[in-house]
Design a protein around this ligand. Structure first.
Ligand SMILES: *Cc1c(COP(=O)(O)O)cnc(C)c1O
Length: 387
C-alpha cells in the first residue's frame, strides 16, 4: 500500500516522547513553550499559541478577532470543512470566494470583485481566511492590500504550508495577516499526532488566544479585576475551552521541527520527478506561482477528461486504489456539503472549485516515500492513462 501522505517517525522522536512520559509533566510542562518557541523562530512570528488541533487554532483565532453573531467570514470553497466551520462555531455566517484556476488558491480577482460588491451593499466580511492549498502560498500581498482597503482582518489557514515561503519569507511570519494557523495532523508536514498552532505578531491577540485555549482563565495579576486573594488564585475573565496541547505532543513537535527543512527539500525532489515523468500524459500538473516556494503537502494532478474518454475520473481513481495506491481528493467543495446546502449554497455557486473537484486527484507525496514506490505510482498512471 502506498498512502497519499504519511508521517515520518524516527528514533529521536520516540526518545523525545519517552523522556516526557518519564518526567513530572505530561501536560502544561516545559515542552509546549519550547515547541511554540521553535515554530515561532522558524516562521519569524513574535508569538505562537499551541493547541490540540488546527481546527481549535482557527476557532480561537476568530474569537480573538471578535467574530460573533452578525459577522461574516469568507474563505475558499476548496478547503477542509474546518476552515469555514470555525466561523460557524463563533455564531457568524460564512461565504466563499472562488479559486484561481491555475493555483487553486483564493482568486484575487474574484475577491476584489466580491469585496467591491459587498462594500456597496454594506455587507463586508469581518475576516478573510485564505487557504494555502497543497502548501503553495496564496498571493498574500494582494490579499492584504484588499483587506487594508476595506478594513477586513486576515487569518491564513496554513495547515498545508509550514516550511513553505512567500517571496522568500517564511509562511507564518504574519507579514500579510493578523494570524496564521498550522496543523500537525499526521498527514501534514510536521506532526504531533493531533495538534495545531496560531501565530501572530500582535501582543493582544496572542494574549486572548492563550486565554481562550484554557477556559478563559488567567493567573496574570495585570488581567485580573482585583488584587489576588493569595498564591492559589486565578480568575476566569472570558469563556474559553480546553484546547491545550500535551507535553507528549509538543516534544514530538520539537523533535520533528529539526527535520522540517529536509522534509521540504525531499518533497520538492519528489515533485520534480513527478513533473518530469508525468509530463507527457493527458494531465494538468501543479502550476507554481512565481512568488512562492511551496511546502508541497500535496501533489495534485488534474485529468484531461476529454482526452481519456470514455475513462472517467472515478474509474482512474479506483484503478489507482485497486493497485494499492491510496490516492485521495482534496477537496469536495465545502459549499456542496449537505450541511452547507441546507444554509442555501448551491451547485454552480463556485464554478472553478467545482470544475477542480470533477478531475483532481492527490497522488502520493510524503518525505519517506521510496523511489521504488514513486516508480510504481508513475508506472500505474502511464498504464491507466495510455490505454
Ligand atoms: C487539516 C486541515 C485543517 C484542520 O486541521 P486539524 O489539525 O486536523 O484540526 C484545517 N484546514 C485545512 C486546510 C486542513 O488541511
Amino acid at each position: 500500500m502506498i498512502p497519499y501522505g504519511r508521517q515520518d517517525i524516527q528514533d529521536s522522536d520516540i526518545a523525545a516522547v519517552l523522556k516526557v512520559l518519564q518526567s513530572d509533566f505530561l501536560t502544561q510542562g516545559p515542552a509546549v513553550p519550547k515547541f511554540e518557541q521553535s515554530v515561532a523562530q522558524h516562521s519569524g512570528a513574535r508569538h505562537a499559541v499551541a493547541v490540540n488541533s488546527a481546527t481549535s487554532a482557527l476557532h480561537i483565532a476568530l474569537m480573538a478577532l471578535g467574530v460573533g453573531a452578525g459577522d461574516v467570514v469568507w474563505t475558499s470553497p476548496n478547503t477542509f470543512v474546518a476552515s469555514s466551520n470555525a466561523a460557524l462555531y463563533c455564531g457568524a455566517g460564512v461565504d466563499f470566494v472562488d479559486i484561481d484556476p491555475l493555483t487553486y488558491n483564493m482568486s484575487v480577482t474574484a475577491l476584489a470583485e466580491k469585496l467591491a460588491l459587498a462594500n456597496q451593499k454594506g455587507q463586508l466580511p469581518k475576516v478573510l481566511i485564505p487557504v494555502h492549498l497543497t502548501g503553495q502560498p496564496c498571493d498574500m500581498a494582494a490579499i492584504y492590500d484588499l483587506s487594508q482597503r476595506y478594513g477586513v482582518k486576515v487569518v491564513e489557514d496554513a495547515s498545508h504550508a509550514i516550511g513553505g515561503r512567500y517571496h522568500d519569507q517564511p509562511i507564518g511570519n504574519c507579514a500579510y495577516s493578523d494570524i496564521t494557523v498550522f496543523s500537525f495532523h499526521p498527514v501534514k508536514i510536521v506532526t504531533t499526532a493531533e495538534g495545531g498552532m496560531a501565530l501572530t505578531n500582535d501582543d493582544s491577540l496572542a494574549e486572548k488566544m492563550a486565554l481562550y485555549r484554557s477556559h478563559g482563565i488567567t493567573r496574570d495579576p495585570a488581567l485580573m479585576t482585583h488584587a489576588s486573594d493569595g498564591p492559589w488564585y486565578y480568575q476566569q475573565i472570558a469563556l474559553g475551552y480546553n484546547y491545550r496541547m500535551t507535553d507528549l505532543q509538543a516534544a514530538l513537535g520539537v523533535s520533528q521541527m529539526q527535520r522540517l527543512d529536509d522534509y521540504i527539500k525531499r518533497r520538492h525532489d519528489i515533485a520534480a520527478r513527478y513533473n518530469r515523468e508525468l509530463s507527457d500524459l493527458p494531465l494538468t500538473l501543479p502550476a507554481q506561482a512565481g512568488y512562492g516556494h511551496s511546502a508541497y503537502h500535496l501533489y495534485v494532478i488534474r485529468l484531461d477528461l476529454d482526452a481519456i474518454a470514455p475513462l472517467t475520473h472515478a474509474q482512474v481513481f479506483q484503478s489507482l486504489r485497486d493497485r494499492g495506491i491510496l490516492v485521495n481528493l482534496h477537496y469536495i467543495p465545502v459549499h456542496i456539503q449537505p450541511y452547507y446546502q441546507a444554509m442555501g449554497f448551491r451547485w454552480g455557486d463556485y464554478p472553478q472549485a467545482e470544475s477542480y473537484y470533477k478531475n483532481a486527484i492527490s497522488i502520493p507525496m510524503y518525505p519517506s516515500m521510496s523511489d521504488e514506490a514513486q516508480t510504481q505510482v508513475i508506472q500505474a498512471l502511464h498504464e491507466i492513462l495510455e490505454k
